[in-house]
Design a protein around this ligand. Sequence first.
Ligand code: KG4
Ligand code: ZN
Length: 509
Amino acid sequence: MTEYLIRPAAESDLQAVFEIEAASFGSTAWPFEMMQTELAPNPSRNYFVATLDGLVVGYAGIGVVDGHEADVMTIAVSDSHRGAGLGRRLMNRLIDVAAKRQAREMFLEVRADSPVPQALYRSLGFEQIDLRKGYYQPEGIDAVIMRLDLSARIRELAQARLSEPVVLGIESSCDETGVGIVRGNTLLANAVSSSMDAHARFGGVVPEVAARAHLEAIKPTLDQALKTAGLSINEIDAIAVTNGPGLAGALMVGVGAAKALAVATGKPIYAVNHLVGHVGVDVLERGGVQTPTVALLVSGGHTSLLLVRDLIEDVELLGETIDDAAGEAFDKVARLLALGYPGGPVIDQAAAQGNASAIRFPRGLTLPKDMEKHRYDFSFSGLKTAVARWVESAEQAGTEYSIADVAASFREAVVDVLVSKAVAACLEHNVPRLLLGGGVVANARLREVAKERCEENGIELRIPALSLCTDNGAMIAALGAQLVMAGREPSGLAFAADSTLGVTQVQTV
Ligand code: KG4
Ligand code: ZN
């Protein structure tokens, strides 16, 4: 079934909009150049189009002085689509954006000889405040001037903003530029641009390359997210941004962009923790994060085990890697086996044909002597060295060996340690839930072993969709929305990017 959609107008809609304008208003229609100026990006204008199957069939525009008043610039629906309620929907969208921009009142003028639109505007709450004689030339038709008091709508919106805020989240802590949009616990858009390919020849993420890529990707990714959500930036209630932990230069790009947006739009901004974002993303699939939960976050940039008693109030770091991250270990081992980059998927692929018990590689920080100080910490650099030594000595001895066996045995060692420590954390803290996050969650064996051991131990395993597990802006938006809904004050503009931000700091104020 085809459906009418209303979305912010783009410059590419100009021709279609102009044709409807000309057909609807004849001699009083705006000239093409004027329409072009109106549709051009302009902070004091908001134009929307109604479309059917991608074709523009109506449009409406409003001029807003934030905090003061709004004026309907124009509204029209093409002849063959009248009677479908589009005029009302377009006008409602204008009222909405005017109220979101805190305009107190809204004005419009309408031909005195057009009773149908007048009735529509009255039904939306507009009242006649004036009559301008001979306003529409050359026919000399009078204009009815109407006004709508927006205070009720502003109050309604303030309520909605607390119960279901529309939050835009920006993520740039590693090599993914992510912009996501949520409404309360509902995902509206999740746009991601990755600079992974640019790092491939280095075999790992290069911070300077990542920062530069964020700069280039941030605007297109933002535009993409708004487009997918069908929203203009003025319709967002709050902005959330990752301010750490992560790569300093990369974080700064997202933080800078978010602050610029906040200043330009007057929207509140929330600085949130990347790691807690990985946990918070579960609200988008389950409507909430069930707590307490242990979270195992494994990616190219981090390997952390968290105890989450409350998503925004009480997050504790149980342990983390003391050297390489789990994903980084996959990347480095893939490199020494000459399998390519990123390492996770290629090792998964090679391991599928291998024997996981062919070689017994060491399990980092699992010996009794480590268990006191590093009960829940991880270490992968010893494992990486062990793989390198093993391959070297096989080559020196001239023995044939199976790369598949090496890959499978290495993967088994990583997965075994990750899952053992995560399950132990659940059992020892009496927490019946384990949530996974981060790009390494794509690993087939990790999923399998986690499922088996959780089942054995009566632990509920949560794995969000992979697009929500890898770094993304939706998780940042989701966590931001939780803060807004809990009535937290925004962060202000003084916060900075913090590459070593601790998990206990869910929001930086
Ligand atoms: O969360 P993510 O997309 O963000 C960064 O950390 O940048 O994670 C990427 C990491 C890479 O290190 C990659 O090798 C790893 O996740 N990865 C995997 C798999 N797919 C991606 N690791 C193991 N197995 C996989 N199938
Ligand atoms: Zn991450």
